[in-house]
Design a binder for this molecule. Structure first.
Ligand code: F3S
Length: 389
């Protein structure tokens, strides 16, 4: 990979050990992927922020010096920094988590701690290059916003943030963004159906970028696209999909020859688990303002002044909670807890449940693996709220 004079200087260590290590990581990744050069990025989004997942490996972050060169945000950590007691986390965990957060903050990384940086910070524009590490956000950025990012790992996103650049390969290049498989959806979809669809797509497409063809009556809104992106990211290995009329570059692409079909029965199967849930969790990925508003309206209709009968958690970004303070207060008046900075999957606080009801396909994938073996029941948002009373 070609390096400029300045990049070579960094590689040789003339700007210190931290930048040298970051440059070595980018060069190694670039060489493996036949990248010709490094390109500037507009922002970085870094995962590996929860003490539950990173453990004491964060000591390495502590040893780094200097600051990031581009706007850099952090994925959810292992707790709500204002509600440790309320969610029942040990002081020992909280102290470790605070150390992890401080280590990232010292590098100039914003402690927003959300998986929807496109809803809280500047929204990436079409054609902008990014280095993002949260799969749901990567798919949303590429497929809905038309920005360009590979599915980074925590070390490569951090290295890109420190240098302000990433190797030019993969989804940064238009020729690698072409779809390789058509997914013909033969049924109408709404709400959590998009989670089910994403789950199915991720499982069936291998490493080919899908062109998703929906029936004309199914036009997903931004929140449904967020869930579709998250579920494809959780079950598949591709960093983008195309939907005509949504993906900015989808109108200029050809039709792949290989086709798979998704029928009504495929989607229906997701709702057939009959296990009684002992907790309800919505907000994977973190809820948007609109989702919070909608949940409040559903609570008002279903609750009729009553409190929920089961533990019910809603996860969102702190910036969104602040924007929606009044709605959040009303939601909490029903006994629902609105939690920020963290989520059901990355915090140990939610490992005590047996079966969780959710509208999220990503939770369907990760809760059984990462939350003490709990089961997941997928439900439409409306049904999740109804089951709470
Ligand atoms: Fe976000 Fe946690 Fe889901 S990081 S996408 S809410 S697993």
């Amino acid at each position: 990979m070609h390096l400029t004079k300045e990049e070579e200087r960094i590689y040789e260590g003339e700007e210190g050990w931290t930048k040298k290590k970051a440059m070595e990581i980018l060069v190694a990744i670039g060489d493996i992927n036949n990248a010709s050069k490094l390109i500037r990025i507009k922002s970085a989004h870094i995962s590996g922020a929860s003490y539950k997942t990173i453990g004491d490996a964060f000591e390495f972050i502590n040893s780094l010096e200097g600051t990031v060169r581009v706007k850099s945000t952090l994925n959810p950590i292992g707790m709500d920094i204002e509600k440790r007691n309320e969610i029942g986390l040990s002081r020992a965990f909280a102290n470790k988590q605070k150390e992890v957060l401080e280590a990232y903050k010292k590098l100039g990384i914003s402690a927003e701690c959300t998986c929807v940086p496109y809803l809280t910070g500047p929204m990436p524009k079409r054609g902008e290059h990014l280095a993002w590490a949260e799969s749901s956000a990567v798919l949303y950025a590429n497929s809905v916003l038309g920005a360009r990012t590979n599915m980074e790992g925590a070390p490569s996103a951090l290295a890109a943030a420190l240098i302000g650049k990433t190797p030019l390969y993969g989804l940064h290049q238009p020729e690698n963004r072409e779809p390789g498989i058509r997914v013909c959806v033969k049924c109408d979809l709404v709400d959590a159906d998009y989670s089910a669809l994403g789950f199915l797509i991720g499982n069936r497409i291998g490493n080919k970028i899908p062109l998703v063809e929906l029936p004309p009556s199914s036009v997903p809104n931004k929140d449904e696209l967020k869930h579709l992106s998250a579920a494809i990211g959780a079950t598949g290995s591709v960093g983008m999909y195309h939907i005509k009329g949504i993906t900015p570059e989808a109108d200029a692409i050809g039709l792949p020859a290989e086709t798979i079909k998704i029928e009504k029965g495929d989607v229906k199967k997701f709702y057939e688990v009959n296990e009684e849930a002992d907790v309800i969790a919505i907000g994977c990925p973190h809820c948007s303002s609109l989702e919070l508003q909608r949940i409040y309206e559903l609570l008002r209709v279903e609750g009729k002044g009553r409190k929920v009968r089961k533990d019910f958690f809603i996860f969102t970004a702190r910036a969104i909670k602040q924007r929606m303070q009044e709605v959040v207060q009303k939601i909490e008046s029903y006994g629902v807890k609105v939690i920020c900075d963290t989520c059901f999957v990355v915090s140990p606080a939610f490992e005590r449940y047996r079966c969780v009801l959710t509208n999220s396909g990503k939770m369907q994938r990760y809760v059984p693996l990462l939350c003490g073996g709990a089961e997941v029941r997928l439900c439409k948002t409306e049904e999740c709220v109804r089951k709470a009373f």
